[in-house]
Design a protein around this ligand. Structure first.
Ligand SMILES: [Zn+2]
Ligand SMILES: [Zn+2]
Length: 263
């Protein structure tokens, strides 16, 4: 986010209230405009909030869908929009009731920044099914700081501590950022189906999720088969841990595999 430091003044998303944090961000102002440097408001941390200095943010394909308003049938983009939900940063400030984090801690934020905390799903720790969940960007902002929530293409974010994750300091922080969406999206089903040694896992596509899937499946001890339509990705797939790479054009090989994959 070094470029943010060169941002020009006078391009604010909206008038900034003095009671709010004035954060730098990259926003799209329409479905066809590129991202541009701007300023956005963040709320001052409440007693249960963590204020984070964002160090890295992954680029998820959802960010592109949202910026381009490609989900307009069920989630119209509110412009200006600030995407980004693979956030890694350092705690800058914590509210008085926050005991699990302190200034300087390395932390992450994924796709959610809030929920009601009271519904059956929340009680089970399944906030992703909460009917009142607050997504990291593009959701109605329950604090009223801005028309919608703004994501991680920014230098600051303020998040309820229950939606802040600890990031081990021995990780490469830039490489850790995609764990917050692509990573959990592939890790979760593999844990659910108990992927382990002796199993075969097929990964279709070596993109943002696919490359994470390869690494997790390999780490769990499975035999990893990557299916791709891009011959140029063969070497990358093998380097990341695939045991086999099947080009989609290799129909005979596909037919030969039959039911060979366990998941
Ligand atoms: Zn994502
Ligand atoms: Zn809930």
């Amino acid at each position: 986010m070094q470029e943010l430091k060169q941002e020009q003044s006078g391009t604010a998303v909206q008038d900034l209230d003095q009671t709010r944090i004035n954060a730098k961000a990259y926003a799209a102002t329409s479905a066809t405009s590129p991202l541009g440097a701007t300023r956005i408001p963040r709320r001052e941390p409440t007693e249960t909030d963590v204020q984070i200095e964002i160090l890295f943010c992954g680029v998820c394909h959802s960010d592109l869908h949202y910026a381009r308003n490609e989900w307009h049938e069920f989630m119209s983009t509110v412009y200006p929009c600030v995407p980004g939900h693979e956030i890694v940063g350092r705690v800058a400030q914590v509210g008085s009731a926050v005991t699990s984090f302190k200034e300087g801690d390395l932390v992450g934020v994924g796709c959610l920044v809030g929920s009601d905390g009271t519904c059956p799903s929340c009680q089970e720790g399944l906030e992703q099914f909460c009917p009142n969940q607050v997504q990291t960007y593009g959701a109605r902002d329950p604090h009223g700081t801005a028309p919608v929530t703004y994501g991680g293409y920014s230098d600051r974010i303020v998040v309820h501590h229950r939606f802040v994750l600890r990031i081990p300091p021995n990780l490469d922080l830039a490489a850790a950022a995609p764990l917050l969406c692509a990573g959990i999206t592939t890790y979760s089903p593999m844990r659910h189906w108990n992927v382990t040694e002796g199993q075969k896992v097929g990964i279709v596509g070596l993109g943002g999720l696919g490359h994470m899937g390869v690494k997790f499946a390999r780490a769990f001890g499975a035999h990893v088969v990557v299916f791709t339509t891009s011959p140029g990705k063969r070497e990358d797939a093998l380097r990341l841990g695939a045991d086999e790479v099947v080009l989609a054009a290799e129909v005979e090989h596909l037919l030969g595999l039959g039911d060979a994959a366990d998941g």
